[in-house]
Design a protein around this ligand. Structure first.
Ligand code: ZN
Length: 142
């Protein structure tokens, strides 16, 4: 059973990586998938809100403040559907930041599987404290 879960985890994370490639952002491309009861209920990548230009960086190369992170986009997509994140697993290529970790916990996500760790670990520390199961699954494991 555990081995089977790992197989799924690797496959979903691979899909999240693929999804991240759709991002228009230059500095960082992050992909996310939300899976519940073996079903993908949402997806997301980092980018500007709908209706805004696709450029994530300003003239100086800095990321614009209103760029939404991949996991925030995926959670918001669920929020505007009839689904709910309660008990779901989030697959994300980069570990969540402080802001997103709050959303993840509050949305009811119970598990986060990530491929690489963001330099600021406070998001992960927060999730751990909130009782969200964390699984670090680096890409090399393929
Ligand atoms: Zn974030």
């Amino acid at each position: 059973m555990k081995k089977k879960q790992l197989k799924y985890d690797i496959a979903y994370l691979k899909m999240a990586t693929e999804w991240g490639q759709l991002s228009h952002c230059i500095r960082k491309k992050v992909g996310a998938l939300i899976v519940k009861d073996r079903m993908i209920i949402s997806d997301g990548y980092n980018g500007t809100p709908s209706g805004f230009e696709n450029f994530c960086e300003d003239e100086e190369g800095y990321t614009k403040w209103y760029v939404l992170h991949a996991e925030a986009n995926a959670i918001l997509k669920v929020a505007s559907s009839t689904q709910s994140c309660k008990g779901a697993t989030l697959y994300i290529t980069l570990s969540p930041c402080q802001q997103c970790s709050k959303l993840i916990h509050q949305a009811g996500i119970k598990r986060v599987v990530y491929a690489s760790a963001y330099k600021d670990r406070s998001g992960l520390d927060f999730l751990e404290k909130a009782g969200v199961e964390l699984t670090y699954l680096p890409n090399e494991q393929e």
